[in-house]
Design a protein around this ligand. Structure first.
Ligand code: DAH
Length: 364
């Protein structure tokens, strides 16, 4: 009697297992082998039997349990293989299919120049710093060693914002140099860095503003500032850094670069940076003419002191370049106003594919 019941139980169980899906399989496992399962109940019933009968029945029930457990495991493995196969089929990538549709927009040439500068300078260990477009008089001028009424302020046709009579009006920053001050102050104020200073190495690409408008000036334009501060930074570092940068950016490995003595209030000595070109043809790196491309110098000790940095212990160099100018020279664009006219034909022509990464630092 016992044998018959067990046999039917096993047959039914195996038949059900053979066609079960994942949830049903789990239900079957519980109802057969679980704590209150049928096979478990049979095993429990052994306790009340005579020793002889228990031995025979015990062997049978255990054999049945093993078969069922094996069938459950086998079905589970089968289902898992099936679902994996289904996933692989569904997620298959057809590498012969056409790529994404060509992007319809293009990266603006100025954004591209910023990306290229970021690529070149990050390969030299620089990070990107930012500051606000609206600055205080102190950050934009005074801290940079340009005191009120100093004639150097007249070099920049500043946009002032409205302010109460008594206060100095805020300005639309006339250059990216105030971010030098912001960065050095943060650095000097961080007590942890004072004793164990890591060097400052930043570039600051960003918008700048001056009351100017013609073919080579726009009231809003872009600059990129650079600043390096450390214990043993010399003019040789400035020179090497700018030469490497200009050669990488213009992709002219032997580009002639010349430093020419100049004046900026926030650097001493100050230098204008010229590159060799041919004025007639516009060819960069050819010919015998020089073209001014950047301002630079060793950071003035007053500027360091204004930021709480001891000029006897630290020194550094800074530079500033105009992004429109860099872009115009590289791509032969002759009117700066075109950058901002949003003429789609022009943007298509001078824009670049958003899918092409800027990797100029690998170019040399
Ligand atoms: N801030 C200057 C300008 O806008 C450019 C410049 C010159 C920046 C020399 C510098 C520098 O950092 O060292 O005309």
């Amino acid at each position: 009697m016992q044998g018959e019941t067990l046999k039917t139980l096993v047959e039914h169980a195996l038949a059900a297992i053979a066609v079960a899906d994942f949830p049903t399989l789990e239900e079957l496992r519980i109802s057969l082998l679980g704590k209150n399962g049928k096979v478990t109940a049979l095993l429990k019933s052994l306790g009340g039997m005579e020793p002889e009968a228990r031995k025979a029945a015990g062997a049978e029930i255990n054999a049945a349990k093993t078969r069922i457990a094996e069938a459950l495991a086998e079905r589970r493995a089968g289902l898992e293989a099936e679902s994996l196969a289904a996933r692989l089929a569904a997620e298959r990538i057809d590498v012969t299919a056409p790529p994404r549709p060509a992007p319809r927009g293009a990266i603006h040439p100025l954004s591209r120049t910023q990306e290229e500068l970021a690529a070149i300078f990050s390969a030299m260990g620089f990070i990107i710093a930012e500051g606000p477009d609206i600055e205080t008089d102190w950050y934009n001028f005074s801290a940079l060693n340009i005191p009120a009424h100093h004639p150097a302020r007249a070099m920049m046709d500043t946009f002032y914002l409205r302010a109460p009579e008594t206060a100095r009006p805020p300005v639309l920053r006339t250059h990216t140099s105030p971010v030098q001050i912001r960065t050095m102050l943060d650095w000097a104020l961080d007590e942890g860095l004072k004793d164990q200073p890591g060097p400052i190495r930043i570039i600051v690409p960003g918008r700048t503003f001056r009351a100017d408008h013609d073919a080579t000036h726009s009231p809003m334009f872009h600059q990129c500032e650079g600043l390096v501060i450390g214990h043993d930074i010399t003019l040789a570092h400035l020179k090497g850094c700018l030469i490497d940068f200009l050669r990488a950016y213009f992709d002219v490995p032997q580009l002639p670069v010349r430093l020419r003595a100049s004046y900026f209030p926030f650097t001493e000595p100050s230098m204008e940076v010229d590159i060799g070109w041919n004025r007639q043809t516009g060819q960069i790196g050819e010919g015998t003419d020089w073209l001014e491309i950047a301002g630079s110098g060793m950071v003035h000790s007053n500027v360091l002191a204004n930021c709480g940095i001891d000029p006897r212990r630290f020194q550094g160099f800074a530079f500033g370049v105009g992004l429109e100018r860099l872009t115009m020279l590289k791509h032969g664009i002759n009117d700066l106003r075109l950058f901002y006219e949003s003429d789609v034909r022009w943007l298509r022509h001078y824009g670049v594919s958003p899918l092409a990464p800027a990797s100029l630092h690998e170019g040399l």
